[in-house]
Design a protein around this ligand. Sequence first.
Ligand code: NBG
Length: 831
Amino acid sequence: MNPKLMPPPRSVGLSVEDFKQSIAGKLFYTLARFPEVATRNDVYLAVAHAVRDRLLERWLATAATYRDRQSRSVCYLSAEFLLGPHLGNNLLNLGVQAEVRQALRELGIDLDEVLAQEEEPGLGNGGLGRLAACYLDSLATLQIPAIGYGIRYEFGIFDQVIRDGWQVELTDKWLRLGNPWEIPRPEIAFEVSLGGRTETGSDGDGNYRVRWIPERVVKGVAYDTPILGYRVNTANLLRLWKAEAAESFDFEAFNQGDYYGAVEQKLFSENITKVLYPNDVALQGKQLRLEQQYFFVSCSLQDMIRIYAQSGRSIEGFDRKYAVQLNDTHPAVAVAELMRLLVDVHGLPWERAWRITCNSFGYTNHTLLPEALEKWPLPLFQAVLPRHLEIIYEINRRFLDQVRLRWPGDQERVARLSLIDEGGARSVRMAHLACVGSHAINGVARLHSELLKRDLLHDFHELWPEKFSNQTNGVTPRRFLALINPGLASLLTRVLGDSWTRDLERLRELEPLAEDAAFRAEWRAVKRANKRALAEEVQRRAGVQVDPDALFDVQVKRIHEYKRQHLNLLHVAALHERLRRDPAYAAPARCVLLAGKAAPGYRLAKLIIKLVHSVAAAVNADPAVAGRLRMAFLPDYNVQNCERIFPAADLSEQISTAGKEASGTGNMKFALNGALTIGTLDGANVEIREEVGAENFFLFGLEEGEAAQLRRDGYRPRDFYERDPELRLVLDRIGSGFYSDGEASLFQPLVDGLLNEDPFLLLDDFRSYVDRQQEAGCAYQDTEGWTRMSILNVARMGRFSSDRAIRDYCRDIWQVEPQPVTLGADAERSR
Ligand code: NBG
């Protein structure tokens, strides 16, 4: 065979005619359908395949560029990538929205219907997974060589439906109708060992060697999705691993005549990538979860080594070739796995392997909540990864020697820093492994990074202050403005030109326009149209009619006590009562919207969802507040459903207890779309407020330092209840069955929790929150003033682009450079 003789295919064009041809061709030759019987999904698949061809062309050019330049690459290891629908984003980034819309129109098809057909890959829980997706978008747009590595879950985050006000989880069968964006690579596959035991011995040269004799072996197969940058030729790779049975093991069973045993083995292996775990409280100790983590990390590192070996260079240059980022501790076992690969498989001496490992990894922490910090019980870890446990002991032994040298006799410090938690049931501390094995450690907003240094990773900071930095999160302005808010995007482009999509700081030039009454009127018209669209959706999906002229007060995010959706509810209940008592009460019509999923095992979060529905039912049915207060819960919050929400919000609820939200990124998406924030000094709210100006932000609540002080002094929530009649009234109502048809016991646990413990300080913050809400309401009634603030918010959001974040990571942590990609002359001509 001599495939070198094959000429390169003709490049696929981007004109209306080109797309018409391709789409018709795909329907026929790829999907084997006549137009007469094609379903909506067939049409979606045909369009997706036509677009994918254009991506593949760019991806191949990108791969060739990286190979020829032997460029340094970022490998972003993440157990979650919450991409959202691909088609719309790819059309935007390719710059062919108008062409494809027109091509379809000429074929008698509406693009919006085709877009709605896509089932989004929900391979993440929330902010952490979505951040990874934003970073992939920015890496490609900035032309940085990068690979995202993760898990191809067969079932992503569950679909949420609401029955009788309660959350019910349904499996997310996102692959049911096929996934046109992925390319299976059966030839790119690695074996991953699990369980068993180790044996020591020496190799031919008399060196000490350890051999791992596993109990099971599974195979990881690569599935690739091209990630195209915005209006550039760079298309990077997202490589997700699917678990399958390893053939070698099947054969053994077959030979012994154990056919069913072999089949069972196959099913067992495939389990590893079956389902994404919701970030539940009861995750610690789930063996399958540890196996998932190790599985994808091992495949990814083996793949990096394979790619690097193609250049013919020695493994010792691994850390010059790759900057490997650990997205939280989920992939932290990579530190031990790279050591195993370098020492046991490639025969490097420990010290050299350790230098390469530390130089390669960076670790991003995403939470301060103690229950979210991963720890694996030693017996479990030992059973799944016996060799890695030995490696971790050795890393720990050498590490603690260093600590003892620096602080002789300080046994407590040694215990605090150890990779092994010796208190109670012994466990491996994954965050410690990540810190020791990385040259860079960062938090995701300034306050969060400071708290990491002060509290959670205090001892590590004392040891290695130079490893620490802050990298405040960002969001992609392509998906979260250009794509979801075309009205605002075209207004911005008309007045600023289109460069803001790649250089978000350009939004600053809007500032003077805040003083222009005609511009303000246009701004309002855009918002008004977006609110109308959301109102229709609320009607359709929640069955609640809302007035597009009301103040849209919105809180969307995972349901969690620290995020305090129940504080929002206390305000709604209080406002309800004020409006009932005083028909002349000065406040605008307000529509309160919530959305978000609760972890299936998190009972209180699920009770909060029920309470939202109960309060909404009471408010919406009360003629005394008709036209003045409405409330709705939008089910199944996901990337697709957020498209309507951010552009339509007036007020963004960012009300977590200070010190608890690492960053937040929804806060950025709202502000970028012209909502004002009511929020605490928590996470990135602090920096958003700094940027947009204190006068354009509704601040309330305790600061982190005050909250910590209050806890130290002994917080007594009941005092607040007793002192504040309005607070007492709303808590009594919730606890007495006012919102639950007299069934007092239903919400009693929630109320008791607040009165007795209130770990997230709702009762303390209630008064300042309600006061600020009232001010926000009055401010909204000053239409011109509100619009001015909205414009200034958008104008000053430039810093929160994920492009800025990625540039900072590249400079501070990764040391990688852009590698622009050019297409062949043929393809360039077709543009
Ligand atoms: C989340 C934080 C958010 C933050 C995102 C992205 C986890 C473990 N952490 O505040 O709670 O915005 O990460 O950094 O999901």
